[in-house]
Design a protein around this ligand. Structure first.
Ligand code: PLP
Length: 373
C-alpha cells in the first residue's frame, strides 16, 4: 500500500523534538496569543520576507480578514473580487464572507493558474481586488498580476495556502510567496507543507496599518478589551499550534527540497501517453504541495492505481464557478477550468515518500497504457 500522505510517519520522525515543546505549552497556563504565537509571527514573517504577520484560526480566516482589512470592499455593495476558477472553494468562500462577490478567471492551459491574460477579461468597474492562488505550490505570475492591478488601482492578496517557501523571481530578485502582493494568507492545515495539528492560518503584509486593522478584526473587532469598534471575528492565534509550527519551521526547507526531488523523479519517469504536467515557468521555484498530473482517462487511471494499492486523490473535481454556492446567473463558461477538473489526479508526494515508492507509482502508471481501453 502506498498512501497519499503519511502524517503519522512525519510525526514519528520529529516526535522527540515536538513532545517537550507541547508539554511546555500545556504546563504554561497560556493557551491563546502568548509567547509562542508572538515568536512564530516574527519568524514566519521574516521567513517570507515581510514586515508584519498575524496568526489567525485558519487560512480561510486569513483571506477573509486580509480582504476586510484592505478596506477595498464595502460589504454588500456588489464589490467584486477576482480569483481562479480552478482550486480550493475556500478562497471564494472567504470572498463571500468578506461581503464581496467572487468573480472567476479561467486558468492558463500550461500553468493551470489564473494569469494576467485570463484575469483581465474578468475585470469590471466593480472589481476591487484580485486573489491569485499559488495552486499546488506554483507561484502565479505576480509581476504581471501586480502590473495589471496597479494600472487599475486594485488590491492584490496572495492565496499562499499551498505555497510555503515557494519563490518567484522579479527583476532579478528571488522573493518568497507571501511577499509579492499587498498582503497574503497562509493555511497551516495539517496536510500543508508547513502544517500544524489542528487549524491555523496567517496574514502577511508590509503595510502596518493594514496589519493593525487585521489584528483588530481577528480579535472580535475590539479596539481595546471589551470595546468593540467593528463587527470582527474570533480568530486568535493558538499557542499549541504556534509551538508546533515553531518546531516544524526548522525543517521546512529540507522537506521542500525532498518534495522537489520526488517531483523531478516523477517528471522524468512518467511516460504514459497523454499524461501532462503543470508547466513551471523559469521565474518560479515551486514547492510541490501536491504533484498533480492530467490525463484524459483520469477516473480509470485512479481506479487502476487503487486496485494496485496506490492512493491518488483529486484536487479539485469541480470548477469553483459551477458550485451551487458560487454559481451566478449568466456565468460564462470557463473552458480550461472546466476541462482540468475532469483530468487532474494528485499522486502520492510527501517528504517521507521514498524514491522506491515514487518509482513504483510511476511504473504502475506507465503500465496503464497497456491495459486501457
Ligand atoms: C488554496 C487554498 N486556499 C484556502 C484554503 C483554506 O485554508 P484553511 O483550510 O486553513 O481554512 C486552502 C486549504 O484548505 C487552500 O488550499
Amino acid at each position: 500500500m502506498i498512501p497519499f500522505l503519511d502524517l503519522q510517519r512525519e510525526y514519528q520522525n520529529i516526535q522527540a523534538e515536538l513532545e517537550p515543546v507541547v508539554q511546555r505549552v500545556l504546563a504554561s497556563g497560556q493557551y491563546i496569543l502568548g509567547d509562542e504565537v508572538r515568536v512564530f509571527e516574527l519568524r514566519w514573517a521574516k521567513y517570507c520576507g515581510v514586515r508584519y504577520g498575524a496568526m489567525v484560526a485558519s487560512g480561510t480566516d486569513g483571506l477573509t480578514l486580509a480582504l476586510e482589512a484592505s478596506e477595498a470592499i464595502h460589504s454588500g455593495a456588489g464589490d467584486e473580487v477576482i480569483t481562479a476558477a480552478h482550486g480550493s472553494p475556500y478562497t471564494a468562500l472567504a470572498i463571500l464572507r468578506a461581503g464581496a462577490r467572487p468573480v472567476f478567471a479561467d486558468i492558463d492551459a500550461k500553468t493551470w493558474l489564473a494569469s494576467p491574460e485570463t484575469i483581465e477579461p474578468a475585470i469590471t468597474p466593480r472589481t476591487r481586488a484580485i486573489i491569485p492562488v499559488h495552486l499546488y505550490g506554483l507561484v502565479s505570475d505576480m509581476a504581471g498580476i501586480m502590473r495589471l492591478a496597479r494600472d487599475r488601482n486594485l488590491v492584490v492578496i496572495e492565496d499562499a495556502c499551498q505555497a510555503h517557501g515557494a519563490r518567484f523571481q522579479d527583476r532579478g530578485q528571488w522573493r518568497k510567496a507571501g511577499s509579492l502582493g499587498d498582503a497574503a494568507a497562509f493555511s497551516f492545515y495539517p496536510t500543508k507543507n508547513l502544517g500544524c495539528f489542528g487549524d491555523a492560518g496567517f496574514i502577511a503584509t508590509d503595510d502596518e496599518e493594514w496589519m493593525n486593522r487585521a489584528r483588530m478584526l481577528a480579535q472580535g473587532g475590539q479596539h481595546e478589551r471589551d470595546h468593540t469598534l467593528s463587527a470582527g471575528h474570533n480568530s486568535r492565534g493558538d499557542e499549541l499550534q504556534a509551538a508546533i509550527l515553531n518546531c516544524k519551521l526548522a525543517h521546512l526547507d529540507e522537506w521542500n527540497d525532498r518534495r522537489r526531488k520526488l517531483a523531478g523523479l516523477y517528471r522524468q519517469r512518467l511516460k504514459l501517453p497523454g499524461i501532462c504536467f503543470q508547466q513551471v515557468p523559469e521565474a518560479v521555484e515551486p514547492v510541490y504541495h501536491l504533484f498533480v498530473v492530467r490525463h484524459p482517462q483520469r477516473d480509470a487511471l485512479r481506479a487502476y492505481l487503487r486496485e494496485r494499492g496506490i492512493e491518488a486523490l483529486i484536487h479539485y473535481p469541480e470548477a469553483v464557478h459551477l458550485q451551487p454556492a458560487f454559481l451566478q446567473p449568466g456565468q460564462p463558461a470557463l473552458a480550461e477550468a472546466e476541462r482540468v477538473a475532469a483530468e487532474v489526479l494528485s499522486l502520492p508526494l510527501h517528504p517521507c515518500l521514498s524514491d522506491t515508492q515514487a518509482e513504483e507509482v510511476a511504473d504502475t502508471i506507465n503500465e496503464f497504457a497497456a491495459v486501457r481501453v
